[in-house]
Write a protein that binds this ligand. Structure first.
Ligand code: 13P
Ligand code: SF4
Length: 300
């Protein structure tokens, strides 16, 4: 009998999360995948997450339920151009967000997630290093703004978070008579992050909501993919939690790639059918593993 472990990112639909052995953000799922005693790891997330699981647990068969589950941060990054950019900054440390392909990771010195990016870059600056950051321009711009860094940035965006905008938020705030808060994922544009009361990873935002202890009737706007609202409302059914609008009247902001994880596709993947991550060579996996392990050693 094959041992099958199913992982689901917070952005998948509630019914997919209910089928999973572990639900989490990208850092939690990477750690879980690395330590999983499994023959088959079904990764209900997107391709870069399944690739990371394979790199950290190469003995396991890692299956992505739908081969179309990519991420705009990956598709907007041409790896040959990235390599040239890196060469132009040969005296810099290249820090890459985990939302990147295995090839991209292999061209990186450190991998970070939205949970540890602040601490890792602060650590590098404290050591006197010069840093370049890829691929998420919004996240990099926020770090530069917040800490006064001067990191050259790669220019890709999350097509979902990049849609949040200040004007729609100003309108939504104006319609709230009492207290209101905004919590946001750092893939959102800088003007949105500057309005936020808390900026952090999906797990960070979930913890913020769990520990919320201010006005009980406040409206909490959440600028991230709408899958996490399910977890937030489960954690705090007493609170009014709303998705941040992307334009007046539209509350929907869904990642099309995460939503490709349908019940049928996940069930098929649990039988070993789907996109098996078997195309990375041992040398590619070794090269990509180094910067990931550097991050994990720093974070654990
Ligand atoms: P987290 O690292 O917060 O899980 O985010 C992953 C992601 O894809 C956000 O869009
Ligand atoms: Fe990529 Fe954005 Fe989807 Fe996250 S929400 S997987 S960053 S496209």
């Amino acid at each position: 009998m094959s041992r099958v472990v199913t992982l689901a990112h917070y952005y998948t639909q509630p019914e997919i999360q209910q089928m999973a052995d572990k639900v989490g953000d990208s850092l939690e799922l990477s750690l879980f995948a690395r330590d999983a005693q499994a023959d088959i790891i079904v990764f209900a997330g997107v391709r870069f997450m399944a690739e990371t699981a394979k790199i950290l647990n190469p003995q396991a068969t890692v299956v992505l339920p739908d081969r179309g589950s990519t991420c705009s941060l990956v598709t907007q990054t041409d790896v040959a151009a990235l390599q040239r950019w890196r060469e132009q900054h040969a005296d810099h440390v290249h820090v890459s967000y985990i939302n990147s392909s295995a090839e991209h990771k292999a061209l990186s010195d450190w991998i970070v997630t939205s949970r540890n990016v602040d601490d890792i870059i602060a650590h590098l600056y404290a050591e006197g290093k010069k840093v370049i950051f890829s691929p998420d321009r919004n996240m990099g711009a926020y770090l530069n703004f917040q800490h006064g860094y001067d990191m050259p940035l790669w220019s890709a965006v999350c097509e979902v978070h990049d849609k949040f905008n200040q004007q729609a938020l100003d309108e939504a705030f104006a319609a709230v008579p009492g207290a209101r808060y905004l919590i946001a994922h750092p893939e959102s544009p800088l003007p949105v992050l500057q309005l936020a009361d808390y900026v952090g990873s999906t797990s960070g935002m979930l913890n913020w909501v769990r520990n919320y202890a201010y006005e009980p009737d406040a409206v909490i706007f959440v600028a991230t993919e709408d899958g996490i609202l399910y977890n937030m409302r489960l954690a705090r059914p007493d609170l009014r939690i709303e998705q941040a609008p992307i334009y007046a009247g539209c509350q929907c902001n869904q990642c099309p790639y995460m939503k490709m994880n349908t019940i049928e596709a996940v069930k098929r993947a649990q039988q070993g059918q789907g996109e098996v991550i078997d195309y990375l060579s041992p040398a590619q996996m070794d090269a990509a593993r180094l910067p990931i392990e550097r991050m994990l050693a720093f974070s654990e």
